[in-house]
Structures are given as C-alpha cells and as structure tokens.
Design a protein around this ligand. Structure first.
Ligand SMILES: C[S@@+](CC[C@H](N)C(=O)[O-])C[C@H]1O[C@@H](n2cnc3c(N)ncnc32)[C@H](O)[C@@H]1O
Length: 226
C-alpha cells in the first residue's frame, strides 16, 4: 500500500523532471499554459480592495518565481516555495536580474511536509499548486496551511475550473491514473474547505497567461483562517 511519503517522493521527482524538461536546450522561459509574468488581475484587485500595504506573503508552488517577484516589486515581504530545485534556481536567477522593492526569499519546501514556521504569513497565494496535489492529499495541505497562516490570515487559491476542457492529462501514481491538473467547481471547493476555513468568496476566473490565448478558465477562492 502506498503512503503519503511515497506520494511526496513521487510528486517531487515528477515536478523536478517536468522543470528540467522545460528548461533544457534553447528554452529559457516558463511555457506552461497557466504561466504569467504578471500578477493576475483578480489578485491585484484583492490586494487593492483590502488595502493591503504591508504583509508577509507566501507564493506557494512559486515555480520560476514570477508571482513572488511581482509581489516583491509591490514592496511586500515575500517567500516563494517549491519542491523543484530547477524551478527555484530559475526563480533565484530571475530575481537577481531584477531590481524589486524588496528581495523575495526562495526556499525548497514541500507543503505536504512543510518546515515553515507556524503563524507567520498574512497571505498565501496558491496559483496552481493545490490542483496538482489534491487527489492524494487534502488533509496535510489544509493542516499545514492552517499552521503557517497567522490568525486572521487569508489564502488566495486559484485552481483549474471544471469548465476548462483544454490542458487535461493524467499522471500515474501507484498504478492509478490521476487527473492532472484536477478541476473544480463551487461545490467541490465548498466540500473540501468548508469545515476548515471561512470561505469569503468563490468566483470564476482565469489563469491570465503570457503563453496561451484564451487563458485557462479557473476558480478563484478566498479563504480566511478560522
Ligand atoms: C502549476 S505549477 C504553478 C506555478 C506557479 N505558481 C505559477 O503560477 O506559474 C505548480 C507548482 O507547484 C509545485 N509543487 C507541486 N507540489 C508541491 C508541493 N507539495 N509543495 C510545494 N510546491 C509544489 C510544482 O513544482 C510547480 O512548480
């Protein structure tokens, strides 16, 4: 029988392989369909509407760091975490090349086995991490996000929408085909998070993209720590 540790190892190797494949040869840029060099419009709106001027923000599953760098350029105290060394090396290189208002801190960390200290983040941005690990573990994800968020802290969660027909694939873990990325609608989001967080808002959105047109349809969920 497979354990969570087996999944963690498999997931880390998978993402490392995917990132190595993406950056081999001539290709210098992130080309995943959800990739955006800029912050999503709804993320900017959330920050502005809530008058967030100073905050410690985690960009969870930061990959090559675009969102973390954009947030650092707005002056926030930003940590970007990922399980892929190749992705984080890219993020560190890109951050060094740019002069941002603050310097983002990039750390190798698996949210399913996090070493991040408790009660430290005002805001967590998850743009495409949860939808790739939820089939195996929502329990650890929820427990660890709850742990690292400050009281009253918020999560901006962006996941692929059930309405999006493109970009579907399957990975195989322990002989089982896992839909990747997993797709969500409002009912699924409520089922997963209702008991653990206050759900402030769920709405249709996009992974605003520098790579594909039209952008991938997404669900935007805002959660608050109970
Ligand atoms: C779909 S990509 C999204 C990248 C980035 N957030 C963006 O908006 O372009 C998912 C990222 O999550 C990372 N990831 C997957 N599982 C993770 C985990 N358990 N803990 C931390 N990061 C993880 C992957 O390595 C990958 O870089």
């Amino acid at each position: 029988m497979s354990t969570l540790q087996d999944f963690i190892k498999w997931n880390e190797e998978k993402w490392e392989d995917k990132n190595q494949e993406m950056y081999t040869g001539e290709n210098e840029d992130n080309i995943w369909p959800w990739f955006s060099k800029k912050l999503d419009l709804d993320v900017i709106n959330f920050i502005e509407e809530n008058n967030i001027e100073s905050a410690k923000i985690l960009d969870l599953g930061t990959c090559s760091g675009a969102q973390a760098i954009a947030l650092a350029n707005m002056g926030f105290d930003v940590v970007g975490t990922d399980i892929s060394h190749t992705a984080l090396n890219k993020a560190i290189k890109l951050a060094k090349e740019q002069s941002t208002k603050t310097k983002p801190n990039f750390i190798i960390d698996d949210i399913l086995d996090t070493k991040l200290a408790a009660n430290q983040f005002d805001l967590i941005l998850d743009r495409g991490c949860f939808h790739s690990i939820c089939c195996i573990s929502t329990k650890k994800y929820i427990a660890n996000l709850t742990k690292i968020l400050k009281p009253g802290g918020k999560i901006i969660l962006k996941t692929m929408s059930l309405k999006e027909n493109r970009f579907s694939g399957f990975d195989t873990f322990a002989g089982q085909k896992i839909p990747m990325p997993y797709r969500f609608d409002e009912d699924i989001i409520r089922n997963v998070f209702n008991d653990h967080f206050i759900i402030d808002n769920i709405e249709d959105s996009y992974f605003y993209s520098s790579v594909v047109t039209p952008p991938a349809q997404a669900m935007l969920t805002i959660l608050s720590k109970k």
